[in-house]
Design a protein around this ligand. Structure first.
Ligand code: MN
Ligand code: MN
Length: 475
């Protein structure tokens, strides 16, 4: 059984929809390069479509009824949305889940130093990366600096056309004989991923009084003058002091916008498509679908790339608490009803899947891998070795999904990450499965996953959105 490239099946109307979805998706990628930026981009979009903040509804004791749309944000990094269905929530929800964090370099809490005439920011990488991919490319800094008085300074440097960018240096090939003998995992070490942010010393005004200064003081002024120059710019432009890095979350990401790829413009090359491709397509499906039987729910979480831990990761009680709050406002809260709701829900846990790469064909099983352009992907299981750590979806559930997708003419393929015993990966699926609900891994195929620039097919992005709509309407 072979999966087929889906481009040939579209009519004019669908091609137009596909291009529109791709364009909106690329705008979303440019707006949201961090989880915080994604939350802003999502809230802006859903509030225009009638979504109300859940905490406000709780304060107003607003009774929720069929068709109502509410959302709750956790610490500006994860979000859950609900659109109430015709049936009671205790009969289960249809849940879409994806993550909005992506691999990157995080700036350390005491990062600034000067060496060899350069000012650097020290970083600690986040998520799984091939470190050698992050050198000698333009980088941007996104994030927040929270000052002691509680004021949050938003930082976004490196994206505008005339913004400066940053970079990690690499050794010139002429002197790299020793470096190139090293294993790829050691070629660039984690501690070598510090970004260069300046090379110009602070220029001190040469007034008359300076001439009278003692030699010692002059030397003092010259010490770490490049670092001082950078600090002066940070003070002037952002009112940030060196100590403010302590309470900052600054993420270093590839600079630049999402681009169409290929002469045929069939693909998208962009940073952070894992997993904003599924997050955005899920979001669009939530906004498109109306009048469902069961309550539609969408969870977009942080920290998936480091194990779904913490208050904003999928393992947090945040989601469960918000379900209880919504059920309370819908007049059906009880401990038992919350449990019933979660146990009878169905979920598409969406994340990117590895696309077959002909240059590395031996890493895949050709019959059980996703192909770029062949539609939405179902992964019955993920994990490593003997499916270790995987949520293995039930055949009964897959049977129902196949029937729905065929009925709605959604193009899908089934896949594993790669060849048995070669590696592995996990998602948030197993965490929701703990409630006893049906969960399957699904999503979009990506080429060069976790690289600074990842590639997807516009057709797959579109099919994923269509698949999510079919799921929300039909389960
Ligand atoms: Mn992912
Ligand atoms: Mn990932």
């Amino acid at each position: 059984m072979e999966s087929k490239n889906v481009w040939a099946v579209y009519d004019e109307k669908q091609l137009k929809e596909l291009e529109n979805h791709a364009r909106e998706y690329m705008e979303f990628l440019d707006e949201g390069k961090t989880e915080r930026e994604c939350i802003n981009a999502i809230v802006n979009r859903i509030e225009k479509e009638g979504y109300k903040e859940l905490q406000a509804c709780i304060r107003e004791k607003k009774a929720l009824k069929e068709g109502d749309r509410v959302y709750a944000v956790c610490m500006n990094k994860s979000i859950v949305m609900f659109q109430l269905g015709k049936k009671p929530m205790a009969e289960g929800m249809n849940i879409l889940g994806a993550h909005i964090d992506s691999p990157r370099l995080d700036i350390k809490q005491n990062p600034l130093y000067e060496d060899g005439g350069f000012a650097y920011l020290d970083t600690h990488y986040y998520g799984g990366i091939k470190k050698y991919q992050w050198v000698a490319i333009p980088l941007a800094i996104h994030g927040v600096v929270v000052k002691k008085d509680g004021v949050t300074v938003e930082v976004n440097i490196g994206e505008a056309e005339d913004d400066p960018v940053f970079f990690v240096s690499d050794l010139l090939v002429h002197l790299a004989a020793e470096q190139l003998e090293k294993k790829a995992s050691k070629v660039i070490e984690g501690e070598a991923l510090d970004i260069i942010i300046g090379n110009k010393p602070l220029i001190i005004n040469k007034d008359k009084s300076e001439k009278k200064e003692k030699e010692g003081k002059k030397k003092d002024a010259a010490k770490e003058a490049v670092k001082k120059g950078v600090l002066a710019i940070l003070k002037e432009g952002y009112d940030i002091e060196e100590e403010d890095f302590i309470s900052a979350e600054l993420e270093v990401v590839p600079a630049g916008r999402a681009r169409e790829a290929g002469l045929d413009r069939s693909m998208i090359l962009a940073y952070g498509q894992d997993d904003r491709v599924c997050a955005f397509s899920s979001l669009k499906a939530m906004l498109e679908v109306k009048g469902t039987e069961r309550t539609a729910c969408c969870i977009l979480v942080d920290k998936e790339e480091i194990g779904s831990v913490g208050a904003t990761g999928m393992e947090s009680r945040f989601f469960e608490n918000m379900v209880a709050e919504v059920m309370e406002l819908a007049g059906e809260y009880s401990e038992l009803n919350v449990r019933r709701c979660l146990a009878t829900s169905c979920m598409l846990s969406s994340d990117v899947s590895s696309a077959f790469d002909p240059s590395y064909a031996a890493s895949f099983d050709k019959k059980n891998v996703a192909y770029l352009g062949n539609g939405m992907v179902f992964n019955k299981f993920t994990g490593a070795r003997g499916k270790s750590g995987s949520n293995d979806a039930n055949a009964e559930y897959l049977g129902r999904l196949r029937a729905i997708f065929d009925k709605e003419k959604v193009h899908f393929q089934t896949a594993e990450l790669g060849r048995v015993d070669l590696g592995g990966g996990g998602t948030i699926a197993y965490i929701l499965a703990l409630y006893g609900m049906d969960v399957i891994d699904s999503g979009v195929a990506v080429l060069n996953m976790h690289a600074p620039w990842e590639a997807t097919s516009k057709a797959d992005v579109y099919e994923a959105k269509r698949g999510y709509v079919a799921f929300l309407k039909n389960i």
